[in-house]
Design a binder for this molecule. Structure first.
Ligand code: SAH
Length: 220
């Protein structure tokens, strides 16, 4: 893999798909201009990496549209020093963006093959602050809790309770919640005095979160 390739396409993606649609966070724009998205997808699709859409990455899973990664990261607002939990490793692209903005990322993937692929991409690209766990992310990863930020990148019928328990005070959790076909991004804040504030952000379409606190196995 050649991380230096496609730099023109990457800058054009940030300008026309992300900045032009109103994302202004300079750290985020800079990170999205530098993380090589084409290194996170199957070789035969490499030339489509910077298009304005999600792509299939095998095992019936997708890498999210660049703009969706930007919106979710912008709303999550990870800070230097933060420990972030991400559920649904997939290609690993979203976690690489998080790892460039926060201190430490713990990510969970239920498909072993995808988890292994993502872990070897992180090694090759030098992301040493991402820990990949294989398993059911709906129950979180209590060993490393609590987390300053939690991001779920699969669609759930509700916010999994164990994830709320593993969120720091203060902390922020994002999860696409809704039906299998369509969801809204739910943003949940635990305020410094421990109150829970919930709001809905953009509409979205994610693959299902399959596990004990999500959808059952047979829907995938
Ligand atoms: N963050 C990814 C996109 C994720 S697609 C990226 O940037 O490419 C959603 C992923 O969630 C899929 O890979 C799917 O296998 C995984 N997934 C679904 N249910 C899960 C669960 N309970 N625990 C962990 N991973 C899960």
């Amino acid at each position: 893999m050649n991380p230096e390739a496609y730099s023109e396409e990457r800058h054009a993606m940030v300008e026309s798909q992300i900045r032009a649609r109103g994302i202004t966070n300079p750290r985020l724009l800079e990170v999205m201009s530098s993380v090589p998205r084409h290194c996170f997808i199957p070789k035969e699709l490499e030339s489509n990496a910077y298009e304005d859409r999600p792509l299939n990455i095998g095992s019936h899973q997708t890498i999210s549209q660049p703009y969706m990664v930007a919106v979710m990261t912008d709303v999550l607002d990870p800070q230097p020093g933060d420990r972030v939990l991400e559920i649904g490793t997939g290609s690993g692209y979203q976690e690489a963006i998080l790892a460039a903005l926060a201190d430490e990322v713990v990510t969970v993937e239920r498909h072993e093959e995808l988890a292994e692929q993502a872990a070897s991409r992180f090694d090759e690209l030098g992301f040493s602050n991402i820990r990949v766990v294989v398993g059911d992310g709906t129950t979180g990863v209590p060993e490393y809790a609590p987390y300053d930020r939690i991001l779920v990148t699969a669609a759930s019928p509700h916010i999994p309770a164990p994830l709320m328990e593993q969120l720091k005070t203060p902390g922020r959790l994002l999860c696409p919640v809704g039906s299998r076909e369509a969801q809204r991004l739910v943003v949940l804040d635990r305020t410094p005095d421990g109150r829970i504030e919930e709001r809905e952000s953009v509409g979205c379409v994610f693959v299902p979160l399959v596990g004990r606190e999500g959808w059952s196995e047979d829907i995938e």
